[in-house]
Design a protein around this ligand. Structure first.
Ligand SMILES: *[C@@H]1O[C@H](CO)[C@@H](O)[C@H](O)[C@H]1NC(C)=O
Ligand SMILES: *[C@@H]1O[C@H](CO)[C@@H](O)[C@H](O)[C@H]1NC(C)=O
Ligand SMILES: *[C@@H]1O[C@H](CO)[C@@H](O)[C@H](O)[C@H]1NC(C)=O
Ligand SMILES: *[C@@H]1O[C@H](CO)[C@@H](O)[C@H](O)[C@H]1NC(C)=O
Ligand SMILES: *[C@@H]1O[C@H](CO)[C@@H](O)[C@H](O)[C@H]1NC(C)=O
Ligand SMILES: CC(=O)N[C@H]1CO[C@H](CO)[C@@H](O)[C@@H]1O
Length: 471
């Protein structure tokens, strides 16, 4: 009887709880929206169950989240700015450190770790790293536990223009994306920063909607753009180890990988006209961690993340491809060097496809061979999707030391491809279909076998990250 009651209560909360605030301009749901709704409800329930519904918004503030983007020069005195981000409301409880620790330790529990006294452990450890750990610290951002703002309009303004409405409104999970024309009175020969303000409109007047300052780099039509993935190439993430990846993302400080920060900063010093664009497939709700960390260690640049938007299936599946494609279409006369690592399969497929479709723009693909340095990695790369004649594989960042002059030549249009630095595909270790099947099986064993069973897993499931774990 009690079980039935609990089940009914759960069911009721699943169907009744839509963790969203609706404003004036809601859009009709896409087919994918409708199909994914039951799954989304379950996920939302698990995300929100520690924050009571009455706790909604004590402060009644609806926020806009956004990150540095790019702007292309459209004519002599105007640029087209890429605007993207999401709108959210953070319930008071989402900023409560204890609630954050509760969610974090529960996530750890799913990876198979004993969580009896983890809350105290984590609290202790977080304090070690951040003695002034405050509820507002980026650690496990409130955005994760936030409510989405559906159907809000946006106004855009700059220091010398009046607010005007964007031709878009926020989607079901708060996501928005638009291009907007801005008048400028200057010529640009290198990426140049300017600021604008975004403000939500069309929501109930009980909510406060503060304006958010956003940053944009005006990038000239010609030159070199370095597009880079972030996880396991620019920062230590260890995406193949769920426990480590989770802890690195949610509690540890951002740590650059290898000496890639020195390599990038050297390139930026030597080639001040180069544009850097950072692309991650991490959901956009983690943007603050990435923008803060990369901003601290790497040259300034623009960003793209995985949009929380179920508008179309292809965009859900391959956000990296669509993000870089949008960038190339905005600057069709620029040349591109794409950087990533072999443990992120989405990078391999996206880069391979982009090179096929934009062979004149995509000059060189630089990939870190993760297998050479990280024995724990079980993800097998399908390197065959990459063009052998434009591929530079490296093991450690010192191999990129001779690259600066080559990049300058690519920028100047003096050389094509990787300017003679190509390594081609390595002999022996190339996986085709085999890579998909083997990775899927190993991934299945790790995530389903190890993660879902928790610490009660049967002995025959040999879990690689299956060790007692303390931070
Ligand atoms: C965790 O807590 C349960 C119940 O309080 C207890 O039975 C169990 O022994 C504890 N496990 C560890 C490893 O402390
Ligand atoms: C509502 O959104 C659509 C696009 O999503 C836009 O064309 C329209 O102008 C918006 N209407 C209002 C009143 O903001
Ligand atoms: C600027 O970017 C927009 C959006 O991608 C694109 O439609 C337009 O063609 C670009 N303008 C130029 C001059 O390349
Ligand atoms: C990179 O590592 C691979 C092993 O994964 C090795 O075969 C290769 O020789 C290494 N390359 C260099 C330049 O050290
Ligand atoms: C996974 O990460 C945890 C925590 O950093 C570590 O203790 C464990 O040894 C890792 N497992 C592997 C296989 O690298
Ligand atoms: C708002 C709220 O209910 N927070 C609770 C979330 O769970 C942790 C651990 O059980 C509690 O300590 C918080 O008070």
């Amino acid at each position: 009887m009690a079980l039935l009651l609990a089940f009914l209560t759960l069911l009721l909360r699943l169907v009744s709880a839509a963790y969203e605030i609706t404003c004036a301009n809601t859009s009709a749901p896409s087919t994918l929206d409708v199909v994914s709704r039951p799954l989304v409800s379950v996920v939302q329930f698990f995300i929100h169950d520690n924050c009571s519904l009455s706790d909604k918004f004590d402060d009644n503030v609806l926020w806009v989240a956004t990150w540095p983007t790019y702007a292309n020069v459209t004519s002599e005195n105007s640029v087209t700015v890429h605007l993207t981000g999401y709108a959210f409301g953070a319930p008071t409880c989402a900023n409560d450190p204890l609630s954050k620790l509760y969610y974090y330790s529960r996530l750890l529990g799913w990876t198979g770790h004993e969580i009896n006294d983890t809350i105290e452990d984590i609290r202790y450890n977080v304090m070690q790293w951040n003695p002034d750990f405050q509820p507002t610290m980026p650690f496990f951002p409130a955005d994760y536990l936030s409510w989405s703002i559906h159907g809000a309009g946006l106004t855009f303004s700059t220091s010398d223009s009046q607010p005007r409405a964007l031709q878009t409104s926020t989607g079901r999970f708060g996501h928005f994306q638009a291009f907007e024309n801005v008048e400028v009175h200057q010529q640009y020969d290198r990426p140049t920063l300017f600021r604008s303000h975004l403000k939500l409109t069309g929501c109930d007047s009980v909510y406060e909607t503060p304006a958010r300052t956003s940053q944009h780099y005006i990038v000239p039509p010609k030159g070199l753009t370095i597009v880079s993935d972030v996880d396991d190439i620019l920062r230590i993430a260890e995406v193949w180890n769920f426990t480590a990846a989770l802890s690195r993302l949610l509690v540890e400080p951002f740590r650059p990988r290898g000496n890639m920060n020195h390599v990038f900063n050297h390139w930026a010093d030597e080639m001040p006209k180069t544009h850097f664009h950072y692309v991650s497939d991490a959901p956009e709700t983690t943007y603050e961690y990435y923008v803060r960390g990369l901003g601290h260690h790497y040259p300034p640049g623009s960003y793209d993340f995985r949009p929380i938007d179920f508008g179309s299936w292809t965009k859900v599946v391959s956000p990296r491809y669509w993000n870089v494609r949008r960038l190339i279409e905005s600057f069709p006369e620029r040349r591109y060097v794409l950087i990533g690592d072999t443990a992120t399969t989405s990078t391999l497929t996206a880069y391979g496809r982009l090179e096929k479709e934009y062979p004149d723009q995509v000059q060189c693909i630089i990939m870190r061979n993760v297998d050479a340095t990280e024995p724990g990695n079980w993800i097998l790369p399908n390197l065959k999707v990459l063009p052998a004649d434009k591929l530079l594989l490296f093991n450690v960042s010192s191999e990129l030391n001779g690259m600066t002059g080559v990049l300058a030549d690519i920028e100047a249009g003096k050389v094509t491809g990787c300017g003679g630095m190509e390594t081609g595909l390595p002999g022996g270790k190339i996986y085709g279909l085999e890579s998909g099947i083997l990775s899927a099986w190993k991934g299945f064993r790790q995530y389903v076998g190890c993660s879902l069973h928790g610490h009660r897993r049967p002995n025959w499931v040999h879990c690689r990250p299956d060790r007692p774990w303390k931070m």
